[in-house]
Design a protein. Structure first.
Length: 151
């Protein structure tokens, strides 16, 4: 029985995690791990491929973070307007949820934001301007102004 060094590309139950180099039996390594794309042989070529994939992932992360920062700057200037029903004493009857805000951003400004990305996502019910925070990407937080006025 030969031992076979495998470099894991993906997590594999009870065998190894992504990025680990583990000794497995020859048949298991060739017939299951490599065939199903879970691992590569731990040779110089395999290590180069993994290093290249990690570098590509870092570049992609940087690109997404830069795009999120640009979007955050754009969102700082946007004020989302809503008209709500109010009573005699000026209290509002309606609330504006993050779903409504995300829908209005898409319709009016063409910006698609997931409603679950809002931090402290509570319905806005107070008249006037309220600032809500949105986590666009890891560590990139934007503030958006939501203005409620009487109908």
């Amino acid at each position: 029985m030969y031992k076979y060094e495998s470099y894991f590309i993906r997590r594999c139950e009870k065998v190894g995690k992504k990025g680990e180099i583990v000794n497995v039996s020859d048949g298991y390594g060739q017939n299951f791990l490599i065939k199903n794309g879970k691992a590569l042989m731990a040779t110089e070529t395999g290590k180069k491929i993994v290093a290249q994939q990690e570098e590509e992932k870092k570049q992609e992360d940087l690109k997404k973070k830069e795009e999120a920062q640009e979007l955050a700057k754009k969102l700082e200037t946007i004020v989302v307007e809503f008209k709500v029903k109010t009573g005699k004493d000026g209290k509002s009857f309606d609330h504006v949820s993050t779903k409504h805000i995300a829908k209005k951003l898409l319709e009016e400004h063409g910006i698609k934001i997931d409603k679950r990305k809002f931090i402290n996502a509570y319905p806005v019910g107070a008249l006037g301007t309220t600032k809500l925070k949105i986590e666009l990407y890891k560590g990139v937080i934007a503030t958006i102004n939501v203005h409620l006025s009487e109908k």
